[in-house]
Write a protein that binds this ligand. Sequence first.
Ligand code: NAP
Length: 315
Amino acid sequence: MRGCQVRLWCGSKLPLIGFGTAAFPYNGKGVEQAIRTALEVGYRHFDTAKVYGAEPAMGRALTDAIYKGMVTREEIFVTSKLWGSDHHDPVRALRQTLKNLEMEYLDMYLVHWPAKFKASACYPVPKEDDFEELDMESTWTGMEKCVDLGLCKSIGVSNFSCAKIEHLLDHASIPPSVNQVEMHPLWRQKQLREFCGEMKIHVSAYSPLGAPNCPWGSNAVMENPIIQSVALKHKATPAQVALRWGLEKGASVIAKSFNQERMKENMGALELRLDKEDHIKMEMLDERKLMRGEFLVNGTTSPYKTIQELWDDEI
Ligand SMILES: NC(=O)c1ccc[n+]([C@@H]2O[C@H](COP(=O)([O-])OP(=O)(O)OC[C@H]3O[C@@H](n4cnc5c(N)ncnc54)[C@H](OP(=O)(O)O)[C@@H]3O)[C@@H](O)[C@H]2O)c1
């Protein structure tokens, strides 16, 4: 795994295969054990968010591993995310995240969604009257302050369209290093990847396996006949093909597995090589976005009256 990193414009090095921690139902002991195992298997990038509820368990597992000399803090890359009800004060929210994680700094802090809720909003899913106008200028100033205070090494966004990034870049002093978005062979993000490439923003792929057995996902990627045939051809698995496809498109991938064998299997994507014919076949697959963000759309108080507005017609 060492060496399998991408250098971000800000100088940080992001491991290409990340370890996801969004699991429902939440199970703290399960997260803790999974992170210990993931460290043994070789994962060095750990992705979480306030809203996953996994920060304390991740903190316990990583602090313990550092204490035991298994890794140093500098050898791991930790990402967490700002929830909509914390846009009023990113510094305060990040301080709480760091407390949960028992850490002094994050490697990456992301604005989780382009959506702002009242500080008192129903958590985690906002009620209809919990929405506020998105004011990215003030949210991003707060994110930049997190960097200035040394609370995080770099900042970025998640679930942002090209249009929203363009708007953010108009007033950002520190441009985002990363846009973490849904990306897999059935949701390829061609336009966004090209735009982010031009802006030197790295794209990180979440749900890279299509989130099988997750409330927001499906088996469509893993059971796709083309992906299965490519896997058979290379004596690989559909999961390795899906992950490798993301890596060969220039993205890093964040896969969640709490099972040791599947953790190892997913790491195997680093060894696989797809050929031109594989890419051509996968380019032709029908696309369908899984994580549509319906919970951010309503006809009254949300700034997004439709799904199309949330994604600026890029869906
Ligand atoms: N920024 C955002 O808004 C956002 C949204 C969603 C996710 N994320 C992040 O991205 C991470 C990954 O995304 P995700 O969890 O939605 O989806 P995913 O990684 O595509 O899929 C996770 C599911 O795949 C299963 N799985 C993993 N490896 C497998 C393999 N080799 N073969 C068969 N099944 C396998 C897992 O089960 P087992 O655990 O049983 O292996 C789990 O059910 C999340 O955990 C989270 O950290 C971010």
